[in-house]
Design a protein around this ligand. Structure first.
Ligand SMILES: Cc1cc2nc3c(=O)[nH]c(=O)nc-3n(C[C@H](O)[C@H](O)[C@H](O)COP(=O)(O)OP(=O)(O)OC[C@H]3O[C@@H](n4cnc5c(N)ncnc54)[C@H](O)[C@@H]3O)c2cc1C
Ligand SMILES: NC(=O)c1ccc[n+]([C@@H]2O[C@H](COP(=O)([O-])OP(=O)(O)OC[C@H]3O[C@@H](n4cnc5c(N)ncnc54)[C@H](OP(=O)(O)O)[C@@H]3O)[C@@H](O)[C@H]2O)c1
Length: 490
């Protein structure tokens, strides 16, 4: 059946006025007069959406979730749970762990373990294990929704009016869902560079974790979280890996620490093409991909061939098919992300948004989960607690794991704070005995003694001085980073 035409646009002037005055959360539940089928409909079954739906169901509300995965241009698709579970944190952390185990095997001989060197890694075994685990999580999410009586529809939702979302099942059946409150949590997808024939030849983080065969010699384009984490584990499992970086690594992070991350990666075997950007990708008869790039530092054109090219050039919000304009949900025209206020309210009352799809929020799973839960509590649990997006700690899972919270030195300086970075470099006992291996531990505190006025941006303060930021690099286990961060903050 072909979808019905959308009704004419509704006048949203009053709703927008209320939104601007921050009064959305005061609107009564069920303003549609209770004629809608659900109390809450969540579009997007990822970190934020599932957390919000499950929390709302705890309050005895009638809740539905729509989740649909558009296959990547390479044809990769996956199940319920969103980016983190399927093509993000979880498979990434497992492959990172595979790489760390390889390093541990090399170190183990110093501790008396007889392991014949060199050790070899088999991609297909790792990939099978990771993929099976992810599928078990997909199943677990479905079971949890069932247990909590949350109705799940595997459809791609699109608004047809402010209380109605419709979509078509794989079998071609049209589903129409109406709800008093709607939460958009559709996340984002990897971007492709426009200047090269990228769609055809490259893969992205949407594909790498689902490859059945080793990617072989790999070029990773981009130099932020996704690029450096993937390049780190690819190097760690023994693949010839190159990162193409057009500017700085880990933009937005403390650049001194970012340099330590990339220096360590270079010593670990990752190659870096600095100040380079791709101009052409061609497929050779051998099926290898010949990449041509401009080296802006040397003003030269260079070329090499790879088995795989992975684009890690950022992510774009997934709003295109939602038909937001028809219902009046405002987006940022540059980023395409949904504009929300402190209550996660959009420009339309009863329509909210959480997670990566929202403008100006960190793109991290714990924040999406917390925002989703708190929103459900405010909507149905008589809570007024808002999500606090300041000082969210984060870890970059490069071979030398980098955890940080608070301001980078560059951001503090931009705010006009006179900062005093305090750097402590610890050497692990194992390094002292067996020579440098994998256990460097650097902590960098960013302190300002005259920064009482900046307590709102500070990661911690004790009256005399503000701790504006804390960064630590550790070659063992990121949980220790979190523990160190916590011990400085309290
Ligand atoms: C490689 C990688 C590694 C990462 N590692 C970490 C990490 O270590 N730690 C961390 O905190 N964060 C990490 N992240 C970020 C984290 O995955 C995201 O911040 C998080 O998943 C965002 O959750 P969300 O609910 O906003 O969206 P998502 O989890 O992306 O979920 C959105 C869901 O909505 C679905 N959808 C989209 N449009 C529609 C529609 N119209 N109808 C129905 N369904 C729709 C999507 O298919 C998807 O299933 C990583 C991301 C990547 C790419
Ligand atoms: N461990 C974690 O918690 C984790 C892990 C992965 C992802 N994430 C989340 O996911 C978000 C997205 O991460 P991301 O790494 O995909 O994106 P990102 O932070 O936006 O970085 C994009 C990178 O690609 C480069 N780039 C952009 N366009 C390019 C082009 N056309 N050609 C060459 N290089 C280009 C950028 O360089 P410039 O700096 O020069 O612009 C930058 O290095 C992050 O903000 C993070 O919140 C979190």
């Amino acid at each position: 059946m072909s979808p019905k035409p959308f009704p004419p646009p509704v006048d949203h002037r009053l709703e927008r006025l209320l939104w601007r005055r921050g009064r959305l959360s005061a609107l009564p539940r069920g303003e549609a007069g209770g004629k809608n089928e659900y109390d809450l409909l969540v579009i997007g079954g990822g970190s934020g959406g599932l957390a919000c739906a499950k929390e709302a169901a705890q309050f005895g509300r009638k809740v539905a979730v729509l989740d649909y995965v558009e296959p990547s241009p390479q044809g990769t698709a996956w199940g319920l749970g969103g980016t983190c579970v399927n093509v993000g944190c979880i498979p990434k952390k497992l492959m990172h762990q595979a790489a760390l185990l390889g390093s541990a095997l090399k170190d183990a001989q110093h501790y008396g373990w007889n392991i014949s060197q060199p050790v070899h890694h088999t991609w297909s075994v790792m990939a099978q294990g990771v993929q099976n685990y992810v599928k078990s999580l997909n199943w677990g999410h479905r079971v949890q929704l069932q247990e909590k009586k949350v109705k799940y529809f595997n459809i791609k939702g699109s608004f047809s009016d402010p209380h109605t979302v419709r979509g078509v099942t794989k079998a071609g059946k049209e589903i129409v869902v109406t709800a008093d409150n709607i939460v958009i949590a559709t996340g984002g997808r990897p971007k492709y560079p426009t200047q090269v024939s990228a769609l055809e030849y490259g893969i992205t983080s949407d594909d790498i974790f689902w490859l059945k065969k080793s990617p072989g010699k790999t070029l990773v384009v981009g130099a932020s979280y996704v690029s450096l984490e993937c390049a780190g584990f690819l190097t760690g499992i023994g693949l010839d890996t190159t990162v193409m970086m057009r500017s700085v690594p880990l933009r937005g992070f403390d650049q001194q620490m970012a340099s330590l991350v990339t220096e360590h990666m270079e010593s670990y075997g990752t190659k870096f093409l600095k100040r380079c950007f791709p101009t052409k990708v061609e497929k050779l008869e051998s099926n290898r991909l010949q990449v041509t790039w401009k080296n802006a530092g040397l003003d030269t054109e260079e070329t090499d061939s790879f088995n795989t090219v992975m684009w890690a050039v950022g992510r774009a919000p997934d709003t295109k098919t939602l038909n937001l304009e028809a219902v009046g949900v405002k987006t940022n025209s540059e980023t395409g992300k949904i504009i929300v206020d402190a209550h996660e309210a959009t420009s339309v009352p009863h329509i909210y948004a959480v997670g990566d799809i929202t403008e100006g929020r960190p793109e991290l799973t714990p924040t999406a989960i917390a925002a989703g839960k708190l929103l459900a509590q405010r909507l149905f649990g008589q809570s007024s607690e808002l999500m606090d997006y300041d000082n969210v700690p984060t870890t970059v899972f490069t071979p030398l794991e980098y955890g940080c919270v608070g301001l980078s030195e560059e951001a503090a300086v931009q705010l006009g704070v006179r900062v005093a970075p305090v750097e402590r470099i610890f050497t692990a006992v194992s390094d002292k005995i067996f020579g440098p291996q994998n256990t460097v531990f650097t902590v960098r505190e960013l302190v300002s003694r005259s920064a009482q006025n900046f307590s709102s941006v500070a990661a911690g303060h004790n009256g005399n001085c503000c701790l504006l930021g804390l960064k630590s690099l550790i070659g063992c286990d990121s949980f220790r980073v979190a523990a160190v961060s916590a011990s400085y903050i309290v």
